[in-house]
Write a protein that binds this ligand. Sequence first.
Ligand SMILES: NC(=O)C1=CN([C@@H]2O[C@H](COP(=O)(O)OP(=O)(O)OC[C@H]3O[C@@H](n4cnc5c(N)ncnc54)[C@H](O)[C@@H]3O)[C@@H](O)[C@H]2O)C=CC1
Ligand SMILES: O=C(O)C1=N[C@H](C(=O)O)C[C@H](O)C1
Length: 257
Amino acid sequence: MTDEQERNPAEPLRVGVLGARGRMGVEVCKAVDAAADMELVAMIDQGDGLFAASDAAAEVVVDFTTPDVVMDNLHWCIDQGINAVVGTTGFTEQRLERVRGWLARKPGVGVVIAPNFGIGAVLMMQFAARAARHFESVEIIEQHHPRKLDAPSGTATHTARQIAQARAEAGLGPVPDATKDEVPGARGAEIDGIRVHAVRATGLVAHQEVLFGTTGETLTIRHDSYDRASFMPGVLLAVRAVRNRPGLTVGLDPLLD
Ligand SMILES: NC(=O)C1=CN([C@@H]2O[C@H](COP(=O)(O)OP(=O)(O)OC[C@H]3O[C@@H](n4cnc5c(N)ncnc54)[C@H](O)[C@@H]3O)[C@@H](O)[C@H]2O)C=CC1
Ligand SMILES: O=C(O)C1=N[C@H](C(=O)O)C[C@H](O)C1
Protein backbone atom coordinates (compact mmCIF):
# COMPACT_ATOMS: atom_id res chain seq x y z
CA MET A 1 0.00 0.00 0.00
CA THR A 2 2.21 2.86 -1.26
CA ASP A 3 -0.33 5.01 -3.11
CA GLU A 4 -1.42 7.98 -1.00
CA GLN A 5 -4.95 7.86 -2.50
CA GLU A 6 -5.47 4.29 -1.36
CA ARG A 7 -4.88 4.88 2.33
CA ASN A 8 -7.24 6.39 4.84
CA PRO A 9 -5.16 9.03 6.69
CA ALA A 10 -7.19 8.39 9.85
CA GLU A 11 -5.83 4.85 10.00
CA PRO A 12 -2.49 4.20 11.69
CA LEU A 13 0.59 3.77 9.53
CA ARG A 14 1.41 0.07 9.16
CA VAL A 15 5.05 -0.54 10.12
CA GLY A 16 7.20 -3.68 9.94
CA VAL A 17 10.58 -4.08 11.66
CA LEU A 18 13.50 -6.14 10.28
CA GLY A 19 16.07 -7.17 12.89
CA ALA A 20 13.24 -7.05 15.44
CA ARG A 21 15.10 -9.12 18.05
CA GLY A 22 18.30 -7.06 17.87
CA ARG A 23 19.39 -4.25 20.20
CA MET A 24 17.95 -1.54 17.93
CA GLY A 25 15.05 -3.62 16.61
CA VAL A 26 13.63 -4.20 20.10
CA GLU A 27 13.76 -0.46 20.78
CA VAL A 28 12.14 0.38 17.42
CA CYS A 29 9.29 -2.12 18.05
CA LYS A 30 8.63 -0.45 21.43
CA ALA A 31 8.68 3.05 19.90
CA VAL A 32 6.36 2.13 17.00
CA ASP A 33 4.01 0.32 19.38
CA ALA A 34 3.84 3.41 21.59
CA ALA A 35 3.20 5.83 18.70
CA ALA A 36 -0.52 6.64 18.44
CA ASP A 37 -0.33 7.13 14.65
CA MET A 38 1.44 3.80 13.93
CA GLU A 39 0.65 0.10 14.11
CA LEU A 40 3.38 -2.51 14.48
CA VAL A 41 2.27 -5.14 11.95
CA ALA A 42 5.38 -7.31 11.50
CA MET A 43 8.37 -8.16 13.69
CA ILE A 44 10.88 -10.05 11.58
CA ASP A 45 14.28 -11.44 12.50
CA GLN A 46 16.72 -13.91 10.98
CA GLY A 47 14.95 -17.03 9.64
CA ASP A 48 11.43 -15.53 9.78
CA GLY A 49 11.15 -14.70 6.06
CA LEU A 50 10.48 -11.26 4.64
CA PHE A 51 7.02 -12.17 3.32
CA ALA A 52 5.58 -11.54 6.79
CA ALA A 53 5.97 -7.81 5.95
CA SER A 54 4.03 -7.97 2.67
CA ASP A 55 1.48 -10.42 4.13
CA ALA A 56 0.83 -7.88 6.90
CA ALA A 57 0.49 -5.08 4.29
CA ALA A 58 3.31 -3.06 5.87
CA GLU A 59 3.54 0.44 4.35
CA VAL A 60 6.96 1.14 5.84
CA VAL A 61 9.66 -1.31 6.87
CA VAL A 62 12.41 -0.29 9.30
CA ASP A 63 15.71 -2.18 8.89
CA PHE A 64 18.28 -2.51 11.67
CA THR A 65 19.99 -5.75 10.68
CA THR A 66 23.58 -6.28 9.49
CA PRO A 67 25.62 -4.90 6.58
CA ASP A 68 25.75 -8.35 4.90
CA VAL A 69 21.95 -8.78 4.63
CA VAL A 70 20.64 -5.22 4.37
CA MET A 71 21.02 -4.95 0.57
CA ASP A 72 18.91 -8.06 -0.06
CA ASN A 73 16.28 -6.81 2.41
CA LEU A 74 16.14 -3.41 0.77
CA HIS A 75 15.97 -4.81 -2.76
CA TRP A 76 13.07 -7.01 -1.69
CA CYS A 77 11.18 -4.09 -0.03
CA ILE A 78 11.58 -1.88 -3.10
CA ASP A 79 10.43 -4.71 -5.40
CA GLN A 80 7.35 -5.17 -3.21
CA GLY A 81 6.63 -1.42 -3.31
CA ILE A 82 7.25 -1.05 0.43
CA ASN A 83 8.89 2.15 1.70
CA ALA A 84 11.97 1.63 3.86
CA VAL A 85 13.79 3.38 6.67
CA VAL A 86 17.29 1.97 7.09
CA GLY A 87 19.68 2.43 10.00
CA THR A 88 21.94 -0.51 9.21
CA THR A 89 25.51 0.50 8.41
CA GLY A 90 27.75 -0.40 5.47
CA PHE A 91 26.40 1.96 2.79
CA THR A 92 29.23 2.84 0.41
CA GLU A 93 28.61 5.16 -2.57
CA GLN A 94 28.45 2.03 -4.79
CA ARG A 95 25.70 0.55 -2.60
CA LEU A 96 23.74 3.81 -2.66
CA GLU A 97 23.98 3.84 -6.45
CA ARG A 98 22.53 0.31 -6.62
CA VAL A 99 19.62 1.42 -4.41
CA ARG A 100 18.99 4.39 -6.73
CA GLY A 101 18.90 1.94 -9.64
CA TRP A 102 16.25 -0.25 -7.94
CA LEU A 103 14.20 2.84 -7.03
CA ALA A 104 14.29 4.10 -10.62
CA ARG A 105 12.12 1.10 -11.53
CA LYS A 106 9.68 1.83 -8.64
CA PRO A 107 9.12 5.59 -8.82
CA GLY A 108 6.54 5.78 -6.00
CA VAL A 109 8.71 4.13 -3.36
CA GLY A 110 10.72 6.07 -0.77
CA VAL A 111 13.86 4.97 1.09
CA VAL A 112 15.58 6.88 3.91
CA ILE A 113 19.05 5.65 4.86
CA ALA A 114 20.67 7.41 7.80
CA PRO A 115 24.04 6.59 9.39
CA ASN A 116 22.75 7.98 12.67
CA PHE A 117 19.15 8.75 13.76
CA GLY A 118 20.19 10.65 16.92
CA ILE A 119 19.20 14.30 16.46
CA GLY A 120 22.27 15.37 18.45
CA ALA A 121 24.49 13.18 16.29
CA VAL A 122 23.10 14.72 13.10
CA LEU A 123 23.85 18.19 14.51
CA MET A 124 27.33 17.07 15.59
CA MET A 125 28.05 16.01 11.97
CA GLN A 126 26.68 19.31 10.63
CA PHE A 127 28.76 21.35 13.13
CA ALA A 128 31.87 19.33 12.23
CA ALA A 129 31.36 19.92 8.50
CA ARG A 130 30.91 23.64 9.21
CA ALA A 131 34.09 23.85 11.33
CA ALA A 132 36.20 21.80 8.92
CA ARG A 133 37.38 24.61 6.65
CA HIS A 134 38.76 26.65 9.59
CA PHE A 135 41.21 24.05 10.97
CA GLU A 136 44.29 22.49 9.40
CA SER A 137 44.14 19.41 11.66
CA VAL A 138 41.25 17.06 12.34
CA GLU A 139 40.83 13.55 13.76
CA ILE A 140 37.69 11.54 14.54
CA ILE A 141 37.45 9.30 17.59
CA GLU A 142 34.38 7.05 17.71
CA GLN A 143 33.56 4.93 20.78
CA HIS A 144 31.06 2.06 20.91
CA HIS A 145 29.92 -1.02 22.84
CA PRO A 146 32.13 -4.07 22.17
CA ARG A 147 29.35 -6.08 20.44
CA LYS A 148 29.34 -3.71 17.49
CA LEU A 149 30.23 -5.71 14.36
CA ASP A 150 31.80 -3.00 12.20
CA ALA A 151 34.60 -0.44 12.52
CA PRO A 152 34.84 2.39 11.92
CA SER A 153 31.21 3.28 12.60
CA GLY A 154 28.88 4.46 9.84
CA THR A 155 28.67 7.80 11.63
CA ALA A 156 32.45 8.22 11.67
CA THR A 157 32.73 7.28 7.99
CA HIS A 158 29.98 9.75 7.05
CA THR A 159 31.57 12.51 9.17
CA ALA A 160 34.99 11.91 7.60
CA ARG A 161 33.56 12.16 4.09
CA GLN A 162 31.70 15.38 4.89
CA ILE A 163 34.81 16.91 6.47
CA ALA A 164 36.97 15.86 3.50
CA GLN A 165 34.48 17.44 1.11
CA ALA A 166 34.39 20.70 3.11
CA ARG A 167 38.22 20.79 3.20
CA ALA A 168 38.43 20.21 -0.55
CA GLU A 169 35.88 22.96 -1.24
CA ALA A 170 37.90 25.33 0.97
CA GLY A 171 41.11 24.43 -0.85
CA LEU A 172 42.78 22.92 2.24
CA GLY A 173 45.59 20.46 1.58
CA PRO A 174 46.25 17.20 3.42
CA VAL A 175 46.12 17.17 7.24
CA PRO A 176 49.72 17.76 8.43
CA ASP A 177 51.28 14.62 9.94
CA ALA A 178 54.99 13.79 10.01
CA THR A 179 54.53 10.70 12.23
CA LYS A 180 55.78 7.32 11.04
CA ASP A 181 53.64 4.41 12.27
CA GLU A 182 56.05 2.31 14.41
CA VAL A 183 53.18 -0.11 14.96
CA PRO A 184 50.68 -0.50 12.09
CA GLY A 185 47.36 1.06 13.01
CA ALA A 186 48.78 3.35 15.68
CA ARG A 187 47.51 6.36 13.75
CA GLY A 188 44.10 4.83 13.06
CA ALA A 189 42.38 4.27 9.74
CA GLU A 190 42.19 6.84 6.97
CA ILE A 191 38.94 7.76 5.20
CA ASP A 192 39.27 10.32 2.40
CA GLY A 193 42.47 11.56 4.09
CA ILE A 194 40.89 11.91 7.57
CA ARG A 195 42.21 9.79 10.48
CA VAL A 196 39.52 7.78 12.29
CA HIS A 197 40.07 5.92 15.58
CA ALA A 198 37.62 3.27 16.80
CA VAL A 199 37.40 2.49 20.54
CA ARG A 200 35.35 -0.45 21.90
CA ALA A 201 34.55 -0.79 25.62
CA THR A 202 31.88 -2.31 27.81
CA GLY A 203 29.64 0.40 29.23
CA LEU A 204 29.72 2.53 26.09
CA VAL A 205 26.73 2.84 23.75
CA ALA A 206 27.59 5.22 20.86
CA HIS A 207 29.87 8.25 21.14
CA GLN A 208 31.94 10.39 18.82
CA GLU A 209 34.44 13.21 19.14
CA VAL A 210 35.73 15.33 16.29
CA LEU A 211 38.96 17.06 17.30
CA PHE A 212 40.04 20.08 15.27
CA GLY A 213 43.34 21.94 15.65
CA THR A 214 44.97 25.07 14.34
CA THR A 215 47.63 27.45 15.62
CA GLY A 216 47.21 27.90 19.38
CA GLU A 217 43.76 26.35 19.72
CA THR A 218 41.70 23.18 19.40
CA LEU A 219 37.96 22.65 19.08
CA THR A 220 36.28 19.42 20.19
CA ILE A 221 32.76 18.58 19.02
CA ARG A 222 31.33 15.62 20.90
CA HIS A 223 28.10 13.66 20.89
CA ASP A 224 27.04 10.87 23.29
CA SER A 225 24.17 8.40 22.98
CA TYR A 226 23.81 6.87 26.46
CA ASP A 227 20.69 4.90 25.54
CA ARG A 228 19.25 3.54 22.27
CA ALA A 229 16.09 5.51 23.05
CA SER A 230 18.10 8.49 21.71
CA PHE A 231 17.68 7.17 18.15
CA MET A 232 13.89 6.77 18.31
CA PRO A 233 12.65 10.35 17.61
CA GLY A 234 14.73 10.29 14.42
CA VAL A 235 13.49 6.85 13.40
CA LEU A 236 9.83 7.84 13.92
CA LEU A 237 10.40 11.11 12.04
CA ALA A 238 11.75 9.14 9.07
CA VAL A 239 8.91 6.58 9.22
CA ARG A 240 6.34 9.40 9.06
CA ALA A 241 8.18 11.19 6.24
CA VAL A 242 9.33 8.39 3.96
CA ARG A 243 6.04 7.77 2.11
CA ASN A 244 6.06 11.39 0.96
CA ARG A 245 9.70 11.29 -0.19
CA PRO A 246 9.90 9.02 -3.24
CA GLY A 247 13.43 8.07 -4.21
CA LEU A 248 16.49 7.93 -1.96
CA THR A 249 17.12 10.25 0.99
CA VAL A 250 20.54 9.87 2.63
CA GLY A 251 20.86 11.23 6.17
CA LEU A 252 18.28 12.83 8.40
CA ASP A 253 19.35 16.41 7.59
CA PRO A 254 16.65 17.20 4.98
CA LEU A 255 13.93 15.93 7.35
CA LEU A 256 15.07 18.30 10.12
CA ASP A 257 15.07 21.47 7.99
N1 LIG B 1 21.54 4.56 12.08
C1 LIG B 1 21.51 4.53 13.43
O1 LIG B 1 21.10 5.51 14.09
C2 LIG B 1 21.98 3.30 14.13
C3 LIG B 1 22.47 2.27 13.40
N2 LIG B 1 22.83 1.12 14.01
C4 LIG B 1 23.21 0.02 13.12
O2 LIG B 1 22.11 -0.88 13.05
C5 LIG B 1 22.58 -2.21 12.83
C6 LIG B 1 22.02 -3.12 13.91
O3 LIG B 1 22.57 -2.77 15.16
P1 LIG B 1 22.18 -3.60 16.49
O4 LIG B 1 20.71 -3.59 16.68
O5 LIG B 1 23.07 -3.09 17.55
O6 LIG B 1 22.64 -5.06 16.06
P2 LIG B 1 22.12 -6.48 16.59
O7 LIG B 1 23.17 -7.47 16.20
O8 LIG B 1 21.71 -6.36 18.01
O9 LIG B 1 20.79 -6.73 15.74
C7 LIG B 1 20.76 -7.16 14.41
C8 LIG B 1 19.56 -8.07 14.28
O10 LIG B 1 19.34 -8.36 12.89
C9 LIG B 1 18.95 -9.73 12.82
N3 LIG B 1 19.12 -10.22 11.45
C10 LIG B 1 20.24 -10.69 10.86
N4 LIG B 1 19.97 -11.06 9.59
C11 LIG B 1 18.65 -10.81 9.38
C12 LIG B 1 17.79 -10.97 8.27
N5 LIG B 1 18.23 -11.48 7.11
N6 LIG B 1 16.49 -10.61 8.40
C13 LIG B 1 16.02 -10.10 9.57
N7 LIG B 1 16.80 -9.92 10.66
C14 LIG B 1 18.10 -10.27 10.56
C15 LIG B 1 19.83 -10.42 13.84
O11 LIG B 1 19.35 -11.71 14.19
C16 LIG B 1 19.74 -9.43 14.99
O12 LIG B 1 18.64 -9.70 15.83
C17 LIG B 1 24.11 -2.10 12.79
O13 LIG B 1 24.54 -1.96 11.46
C18 LIG B 1 24.38 -0.82 13.58
O14 LIG B 1 25.60 -0.22 13.27
C19 LIG B 1 22.76 0.96 15.36
C20 LIG B 1 22.33 1.98 16.15
C21 LIG B 1 21.88 3.25 15.61
O1 LIG C 1 26.22 -0.10 16.13
C1 LIG C 1 25.84 0.88 16.81
O2 LIG C 1 25.59 0.81 18.02
C2 LIG C 1 25.70 2.17 16.12
N1 LIG C 1 25.84 2.19 14.83
C3 LIG C 1 25.75 3.34 14.00
C4 LIG C 1 27.11 3.65 13.39
O3 LIG C 1 27.84 2.71 13.03
O4 LIG C 1 27.42 4.83 13.24
C5 LIG C 1 25.12 4.52 14.70
C6 LIG C 1 25.52 4.66 16.15
O5 LIG C 1 26.86 5.06 16.18
C7 LIG C 1 25.31 3.36 16.89
